[in-house]
Ligand binder design. Sequence first.
Ligand SMILES: Cc1ncc(COP(=O)(O)O)c(C=O)c1O
Length: 435
Amino acid sequence: MKKYITTKSRLLYEENKEYVIDGVGSYFHKAKYQDYPISMAYAKGSKLYDVDGNEYIDYVAGFGAMLLGYCPETVDRAVTNQLKRGTHFSAPTKELGELGKRLTEMIPSAEQVSFQNSGTEVVMYALRLARAYTGRYKIVKFEGQYHGWSDEEKISICAGSVEELGDRNCPNKIIHTKGQRLSSADDLIVLPWNDLEILEKTLKEQGDEIAAVITEPIMCDSGPILPLPGFLEGLRKLTIKYKVLLIFDEVITGFRASRGGAQEYYGVTPDISTFAKAIASGYPFGAVVGKKEIMECGLHAAGTFNGNPLGTVAALATMEEISKPGLYEHLEDMGEMLCEGFQRLAKKYNLKVYTRHIGGIFVLYFGFDHDVKDYREWLEFADIEFYEKFVKAMEEYGVRMTDERGREYISAMHTVEDIQRTLEIADVVLVELTA
Ligand SMILES: Cc1ncc(COP(=O)(O)O)c(C=O)c1O
C-alpha cells in the first residue's frame, strides 16, 4: 500500500494563502496536524477526489451535511430545476409551505418552523426565541458542546485540560477567540453534562432568571458522548418543573440519529429544536422548530437568504429521500461493521478503543474503552495525540476522518467494500503507529 502524493494540494495552499485568510474557506478545513490541507476537485457518493487525482473514502461528509453522500441525484435534480426558475425571489414559494408541513410531520417537537441558513444562525434564533417567550435572559449550556461560532455560542466549547474547566459545580466560562467580547458569556451558565443533580441545584437557585437549557441530545461535537440512561428524560422533567424551556441542538443529530432526530430516537420532546447540516444535503440551510405558542411569540426571523428557493427545494428533496425505507437500517449496518472491525483491530494491537454508532454517526476514540459521561472525563482519558497521528496516516492512504474529536459520519452511499477497505487501511496504519 503506497502513501498518496499530494504535491498539487501543497502548491495550491501556498498560492491560496496569498489571497485567502489561512488559505481555507473555514478554519476547520485545515486540520491542526496538517502542514497543508488537501484541496478537493470533485466528489461522488462516499468518495472525494483531490487535485492530485487521489481517491478518498470520506467520513467527514461536509462536517455532517452529506448524509445522502456526495451529489445525491434527486436533490441535485431538484436544485437544477429550481436554478432554471430562479434562485432567489425574496418572497415565499409553494415549496416553503410544503417543507414546513413535512418537517412538522417528521419531527416530534415541530408544530411550526422558521428557516435560516446555517447551524450558527438557527441556534442564535433559538436562544432569542427562548428569551422572547420567557422574558428571561440566562441560558444554561454544557461544557464541551459547540453550538456555532457567534460570540455567545463559542463559550466553553473545549479546553486544554480538566483544570482549565474549573470547579465541576461552577465551571469556568471559557472565551475562545480574540475579539470575542468578554461579556458574551454574561448571560450563560455553564454546567457539566449528564449531571441532573448539578442542573437541579442551578434551576432551583436561578430558575426564575433562566430562559432555557440548550443541549445536544447526543453530545456529538466533543467526545462524542451518549446521554446516560434517564438523563434526557430527567432534563425534560426538570425543565418542566422549573418552567424553563428545553432546546435540543440537533444540528448534527438531526436526520442522522433518525428521521425525526435524536428526539425521536430517545422519545424526549424539547420545546424548541435546531436543524442544519444534513437538512439540505450540502446546500446551506437550517430550521428552528418548536411549539406553536413559542414560535408565534412575536419574534420574527430576518435574513436576505432565509427560506431561499434553492435551499428549500434541496431540503424538501432530502426529506423525501430520507423518508424512503432502508436508509437507517443501512446506516446501522455500516456503523456496526465499523465498530466490530475497530474492536477487532483494538484486540490485535492491544489498544483501548472506544466505538459507538447511532444512525449516521460513528464514534472512534483511543485511550479508553468504556462510556464517558461528560467532557471532563473525555479530556481525562482521550489519547488525542494518538488519534491525530492515526487520522493523519489514514488520510495518507486514502481515508478521510474527522480530526481531533473522533466523530465520523456514515452516509447512505458507504458500501460494505468501503468499510472493508477502511479497516484494511487502519490495519496497515496501526502496524506503523504501534511499531
Ligand atoms: C451541534 C452544532 N450546533 C451548531 C453548529 C454550527 O453550525 P454551522 O457550522 O452550520 O454554523 C454546529 C457545527 O458544527 C454543531 O455541531
